[in-house]
Design a protein around this ligand. Sequence first.
Ligand code: FES
Ligand SMILES: [Fe+2]
Length: 365
Amino acid sequence: MGADVLVRNAWYVAGRSHEFAPQQLQGQVIAEKPLVMWRTEGGDVVAFDERCCHKRMPLSAGRLIETDLLECAYHGLCYDASGRCVRVPSHPDGRIPPQARLRRFPVIEQDGLVWVWTGDPARAEAVRPPRLPEIADPAWETKDTGPMAVPANSLLLIENLLDITHFYPLHDGNIGDIENSRIPVELDEGLRDGNPYVGTIRKARGYRQPPFLEDYLGYGLVDRDHTHFMLSPAVTRVDMRVWPAGRHGDERAERSYIIIHTHTPVDRRNHVWRLIINMPAGQKCKFDPSKPAVERFMETFPAVIAEDRWALEKQQAMFDYPDEGYREVFLRPDRALRRAREILMELEEAERTLAPPARPASKVA
Ligand code: FES
Ligand SMILES: [Fe+2]
């Protein structure tokens, strides 16, 4: 139950803005839609159906032969930046079949991220990508892992991210310990910009931090506020704020980080995960004070990511077996995970009950 969910009506992250250099084609699959994308001469990122309307050749295997003129690698049909076919080499009379055009998908560039909507176009207006202003704010130092292919349903990652009780034993000795698993959990949920969100709030006082966190945040014994929010089917945000124990709320002593996790489904068994770490500019790590903490994070955190990927892949493999006789147990700290799963399943169910958009029948030129 749950791990085959796929929500199509959502803004998903296709990459950070700098990953889209002008006039460079890239192919991606988002929510079972193959896409060809590029940044046009005008500076906008465009996304079209990856399949050439002639014989389905993937267009990202083609090339831009002139500015914003995409040539298919198979028979050379050419498309402009609106997706319209403007050249058919095998038609010497220059005739272009009127239906020879690519389906275009809406793109929004916001907060240094490129977001694509591959669902029902009629629903795109009602939803906005969640705001993540720190990514493009110079007051924060930002780094990211780049895209990571994970052979698991994106819900398994969302559940992982909302759950810090797995820090022991999965991350024991780096970011986790058994005490972390026992911190009381508060739940919050609601709707913002058309996106249902749900998350957890954990407040720890006089908590001894595991080694990685002591290094990134500078203090061993802390008061700590730690929140994890699925902001939409596309993104989960983690806010960490610490103070030396006994000084909760003291602005001068606060250290923090924000992790933005983007989870873009490829299909029901695969997703692309990006981890974007943001720390206040100038925050240094404890065990090498010359080093920005954000750099240390990028050196050491891949070990944590590898542990999560290992678990997600193994969990996904277990969904190959029939559920018969198997019952999943939700524990007390799992309430947010359960809500996240329900939210995604409700969104998917709402899509099923909508009539599919009418498609014109294909004609021979
Ligand atoms: S498949 Fe693209 S031109 Fe024929
Ligand atoms: Fe984890």
